[in-house]
Design a protein around this ligand. Sequence first.
Ligand SMILES: O=C(O)C(=O)C[C@]1(C(=O)O)C=C[C@@H](O)C=C1
Length: 358
Amino acid sequence: MSIDQQLKPLREKIDAVDAQILALLNSRAELAQQVGHLKANTNAPVFRPEREAQVLRGVAERNPGPLPSLDIQLIFREIMSACRALERRVTVAYLGPAGTFSEQAVFQQFGHAIVLLPCISIDEVFRTTEAGTADFGVVPVENSSEGAVNRTLDLLLQTSLSISGELSIPVQHSLMTNSGDFAGVTKICAHSQALAQCQAWLNQHYPTIERIAVASNGEAARMASLDPTVAAIAGETAGAQYELQVVHAHIQDDPHNRTRFAVIGNTQCTPSGKDQTSIVLAVPNKAGAVYSLLAPFSQFGVSMTRFESRPARTGTWEYYFYVDVEGHQQDDSVARSLNELKNSAAFFKILGSYPLSN
Ligand SMILES: O=C(O)C(=O)C[C@]1(C(=O)O)C=C[C@@H](O)C=C1
């Protein structure tokens, strides 16, 4: 029997299963439409991060295989994205242009059935979201090899928006040119963070070529597509967007390099069962103040998962502290510790409680 003859009955079974999947997908979509009508009548938000997190955790927990849970979650992320788009297509602002790691983070959080709003800077992402032109913004917060993204931390301090999600993605940089050839290249362009993340590799391989920091890796890729003297450092998605060829793949100094992103918007998430709360604090400038400030966390058994400081730029050695704790601000222990902190801090702001990424 030929291979095609052997495949025929299996393919017929796949067709039958596909017909069932199709019918079930549309049943789900009809339910989402009903949810959408209810929400429209009550002006409730379309995107509910805590509900989406629960759906994704639920399918991973119930997954019997053989499909890996991560792949199941990718599929369900897109199913929910498409269902959500039937209610309303949300607009998401991010540091563009197309093809940046920020764009990958947007798709990882919202799926593909959205309106993308690429912005020229992190400031612009905040402005556009505050103005309501975008429903949400996605901004980089921290890189595993370079540390905090200071501009984001500074803007989080001032913004009226809150954090409604967080996620991290692997960041792999490649050196690319229009032709795939390095001869004739006189400048290597990338975002300053990417240049820093590839510093040791560049010092070893191209110590004398000028490095130029530009607004984003996507912008570097665009420049390289137009100018044969420019090589870009960017992710391969950005390279493909501008039809660049890879000269050296994965040149970042840390092979496990990751960037963490925050989702900002006007949504206040309700508890999802596995949440995190971000706050900013300042303490009076006296001995032992930081130590006693954090005491309520241990008193109420709340785990701190992140502690970052930024100079307050008052010229007096004062700092803002960015703290993440496990749990939701509505959880009893978190609520009680935050209440104590609020009374003793010189500055106190809750940036948001949101589901931990899956
Ligand atoms: O449960 C809701 O609130 C829905 O709108 C449905 C749904 C889904 O497709 O499951 C879609 C969008 C929301 O962000 C959450 C979940």
